[in-house]
Design a protein around this ligand. Structure first.
Ligand code: CP
Length: 322
């Protein structure tokens, strides 16, 4: 065995990862270091990291990036996955979350759950004796946030001192998890949204207490993005909320990311989006397909960030092995 990088083993062994705040700022920084190292470690040195481990993916909602990146991550690390779609298990309706957790803990090494409500996920994680990872719930999308901050760190070297403007639906799960990670790493987060889509005062206070970064809410997209290093947006209507699509579009149209809005950001500013995107709604095609967009680097980093997470939760080895 040749250790070619600091051992990721046991960093988070056995713990749930339901929100970014399930890890400390130091642990988050360590995860990002492992993710960056994994991008440079040859495939041959990775393929036994999770040998003998099985990851169950239980998804009540559609997914491209989360499902495929977890499946590829496990394959490249030498483990296996099994996938079950919503109707096959229905957490909380067919079976109590606690029973799902106790049964799966007898079969697999870890579980990724994509679910509608957050509370059944918390119950499932409390009852499981294996790590449970949030693959997106109504409250949080921590795996997306890991990839987001990894991408910003690659681009700018550090998050400390960056200004990240999140414009649009600033109350959603992606915005909250991103803001948690960014504040923990020393960035300033500017939310730009109408009052109806602004995080509550309690959420802003929670975010502001997480680290050395800061958080501010603006009712104007221009004020939110002025001087920003990153402009980030997400779809205006989250999965499962499609009945509100027209209402959301009417309220959020002034917060669309256009070329004109981009002129208020820093000259070196980049555009980020968790995808899937709706061109002509929350973002202009000329922005997301233009030179400032790093959305596909961001999507690729789902793979590397989740490999780091899986190693931190499950790896037995004390280094990458050849
Ligand atoms: N960003 C994201 O979570 O993508 P999917 O919904 O395709 O997994």
């Amino acid at each position: 065995m040749i250790a070619v990088a600091p051992a990721p083993a046991a960093l988070l062994r056995g713990r749930p990862f339901l929100r970014i705040t399930d890890v400390s700022p130091d642990e988050l920084a360590a995860l990002l270091r492992v993710a960056a190292e994994l991008k440079n470690v040859p495939a041959s040195a990775q393929r036994r990291m999770l040998q003998g481990k099985t990851l169950a993916l239980l998804f009540e909602k559609p997914s491209l990036r989360t499902r495929v990146s977890f499946e590829v991550a496990m394959t490249q690390l030498g483990g296996e996955t099994l996938f079950a779609a919503g109707g096959e298990f229905s957490i909380g309706s067919r079976e109590a979350p606690e029973d799902v957790a106790r049964v799966l803990s007898r079969y697999v090494s870890a579980v990724v759950v994509r679910t509608h409500e957050h509370e059944p996920l918390e119950r499932l994680a409390r009852a499981a004796s294996v790590p449970v990872i949030n693959g997106l719930s109504a409250a949080a999308h921590p795996c997306q946030a890991l990839a987001d901050v990894l991408t910003m760190q690659e681009r700018f070297g550090t998050l400390s001192g960056l200004t990240i403007a999140f414009v649009g639906d600033a109350k959603n799960n992606v915005a909250l998890s991103l803001a948690e990670a960014a504040v923990m790493m020393g960035a300033s987060v500017h939310f730009g949204s109408p009052v109806t889509h602004r995080p509550s005062e309690a959420t802003l206070a929670h975010l502001g207490a997480l680290g050395s970064g800061t958080v501010r809410a603006f009712g104007s997209a221009v004020r939110a993005v002025r001087g920003a290093d990153v402009i980030y947006t997400d779809v205006w209507t989250s999965m499962g909320e499609e009945r509100f699509r027209e209402r959301d579009a009417a309220m959020l149209r002034p917060f669309a990311v256009t070329d004109e809005l981009f002129t208020y950001a820093a000259r070196h500013a980049v555009f980020m989006h968790c995808l899937p995107a709706h061109r002509g709604e929350e973002v202009a095609a000329s922005v997301i397909d233009g030179p400032c967009s790093i959305v596909f680097d961001q999507a690729e980093n789902r793979l590397h960030a989740q490999k780091a997470l899986l190693c931190a939760l499950l790896a037995d080895t004390r280094g990458f092995v050849r």
